[in-house]
Design a protein around this ligand. Structure first.
Ligand SMILES: C[S@@+](CC[C@H](N)C(=O)[O-])C[C@H]1O[C@@H](n2cnc3c(N)ncnc32)[C@H](O)[C@@H]1O
Ligand SMILES: [Zn+2]
Length: 302
């Protein structure tokens, strides 16, 4: 079946929430009349109020950061092929819980797609829907997938806070390092809606810190927060307790939140305080565990 036609069956309009139709090689909303743009094989299903503003000139792919541009894609490929921490991270989790990932899998905030690439390598039959709010970073992800010779099925420019999918669509929803860019209550509500009953939400490498420490970090890294806000990137950090409460509120059950012993650092400039993490290890374990920033992985069931 034509790929767009197949995709249209899973979609709703992010403006009026009607089902979408495939018509004359494009996807349309027959209720509000919106026609969704497709550029370089990536469909833009962002709600109208920011679909035409090119949101998220994402800080990591600024021109002067040569790590994430289409020109340096070969270099990115080599780095990830050699290290591929995301794959090991996922492998560790699925081995521990004896888990098989199958069916319709939605990967949110996929960025340069290292997580969906890992999932597709580990579970080739899964049908992957890759989503990110930034079109430009998805273009890099699409090229990177081609170099790895794995093929997520669909690349979609959309927001986790307004998912363009029908309810009960996905067997799995996965993400990595995404929640701190979103309103978690709205995100979990959306994720819960699109998951099938019994479906799992899995997130890896999510930054957290205790509620009482949060104020201090917000103050300490105020300039970083402001800089990111200017670039249109939301940034916050939530405590495991806050995340647990929000998941429960959305309806999730069997919630597991585990702290990483050795969290993977995010790139320079983003959550810079991870750079201090090794230094923090000299402070007694309990204090570090409870008051300093760390990262968690989460599993929750619908
Ligand atoms: C810290 S990066 C993590 C990228 C990737 N998951 C990884 O682990 O390398 C966060 C990603 O989430 C995307 N993002 C931010 N807010 C989003 C939202 N509301 N909906 C979907 N994606 C979003 C950003 O564009 C970025 O690619
Ligand atoms: Zn509509």
């Amino acid at each position: 079946m034509n790929k767009l036609k197949e995709l249209s069956k899973f979609l709703i309009c992010t403006d009026c929430r009607s089902n979408l139709k495939y018509l004359k090689k494009t996807i349309h909303c027959q209720t509000c009349g919106r026609k969704f743009r497709i550029k370089n094989g990536i469909i833009n299903l962002l709600p109208k109020h920011f679909a035409y503003k090119n949101p998220y000139e994402w800080v990591r792919i600024k021109k002067d950061d040569d790590h994430y541009t289409l020109d340096t894609i070969e270099k990115i490929f080599e780095t990830f092929r050699d290290k591929h921490e995301e794959k090991n991270d996922m492998l560790e989790l699925v081995s521990k819980y004896d888990m098989n990932i199958f069916g319709n899998v939605l990967c949110l905030g996929a960025g340069i797609c290292v997580l969906p690439i890992s999932v597709k390598m580990l579970f080739p039959p899964s049908k992957l829907f890759v989503v990110d709010i930034a079109q430009n970073i998805l273009e890099i992800g699409k090229k990177l997938s081609e170099l790895f010779e794995v093929s997520p099925k669909f690349f979609i420019n959309a927001s986790v806070e307004s998912l363009p999918f029908k309810k009960n669509t996905f067997d799995f929803v996965i993400s990595s390092s995404l929640l701190h860019h979103t309103d978690i209550d709205v995100s979990f509500e959306n994720i819960y809606r699109v998951l099938k009953r019994g479906g799992l939400y899995i997130t890896l490498q999510e930054p957290t810190c205790a509620d009482i420490t949060k104020r201090f970090y917000k103050f300490y890294f105020k300039t970083g927060f402001e800089k990111s806000k200017k670039a249109g990137v939301k940034r916050d950090v939530f405590s495991p307790k806050r995340i647990f409460g929000s998941l429960k509120q959305a309806g999730f059950k069997n919630i597991i939140i585990e702290k990483y012993k050795n969290p993977r650092y995010i790139s320079k400039g983003v959550f810079t305080y991870y750079a201090y993490y090794s230094f923090l290890k000299i402070i007694p374990f309990l204090i570090v565990r409870n008051f300093f920033p760390s990262k968690v992985r989460i599993i929750a069931k619908k």
